[in-house]
Design a binder for this molecule. Sequence first.
Ligand code: NAD
Length: 256
Amino acid sequence: MGDRLAGKVAILAGGATGMGRTTALRFAQEGAKVMIADRNRAASDETLAMVRDITPDAEVVAVDVSKWGQVQNMVDATVERFGRVDVLVNLAAILMLTPPLIDVEERQWDLIMDTNLKGTFFCCKAAIPAMLKGGGGSIVNISSSAGLDAWTRSLPYNISKAGVIHLTSVISGQYTPQGIRVNCIVPGPVDTPQARGSSQSADLLAAVAAEHPMGRIGRPEEISNAILFLASDEASFVSGATYVVDGGARTSGRRS
Ligand SMILES: NC(=O)c1ccc[n+]([C@@H]2O[C@H](COP(=O)([O-])OP(=O)(O)OC[C@H]3O[C@@H](n4cnc5c(N)ncnc54)[C@H](O)[C@@H]3O)[C@@H](O)[C@H]2O)c1
């Protein structure tokens, strides 16, 4: 237990599973009040029960981040329960594998962009006014190495995650002067439900791990530690940054 986020109110959009769950737990260990915001109610409740073993200051709100009214409600519910918003972490995303460009269906493009990019935009748009009322805040957006490198198995996912990186830069440019730091983490492959779903088989996931310069893929807790740093006041001079957290995968030329 620590106090790196003591008294801070954090919304974790996509906080039910994977990195969202480990971040909820990490934040609670560091004194944050945690709002788990996700469309997966059952997993949200599981995460809530785990967080409540650490702190009573935790709540769940159901949200589809691609729906503006629900996102606004997510922020309103947080302010109603905890009085303010200091931190927003945007983890909610979907990864659907798609065929090459000419066979990508419009509904695939729309679903992925609406969730991953418009959802991040909506969450920032709803949370920033609440942060400004409290005198500032910290936003951590989660992109992907697919947002930097041309990973060919899902064009819409790549583009949505590239958009998250640039969205981060523009929001930082607009709101850092008003006390809101905005940063982006670019994870490499991490062992979560999303990675297991997109790998399609345990063998493929094992192959990705074997090719990785560390001989393994990341653990979600390792991404949560980076999120914690950026969310906390320890990163008081960090805004507009893009942090690659991939165990050296990009520098080894292996980018799976
Ligand atoms: N796992 C990896 O290898 C990897 C690599 C790079 C980036 N990422 C990114 O990290 C973030 C966390 O992913 P994860 O790996 O923990 O996956 P995950 O699938 O465990 O978590 C994603 C969460 O987002 C929620 N979600 C999806 N669509 C939603 C919507 N419309 N509204 C509200 N909630 C929604 C899901 O219910 C889930 O709880 C994502 O942005 C993902 O793209 C993951």
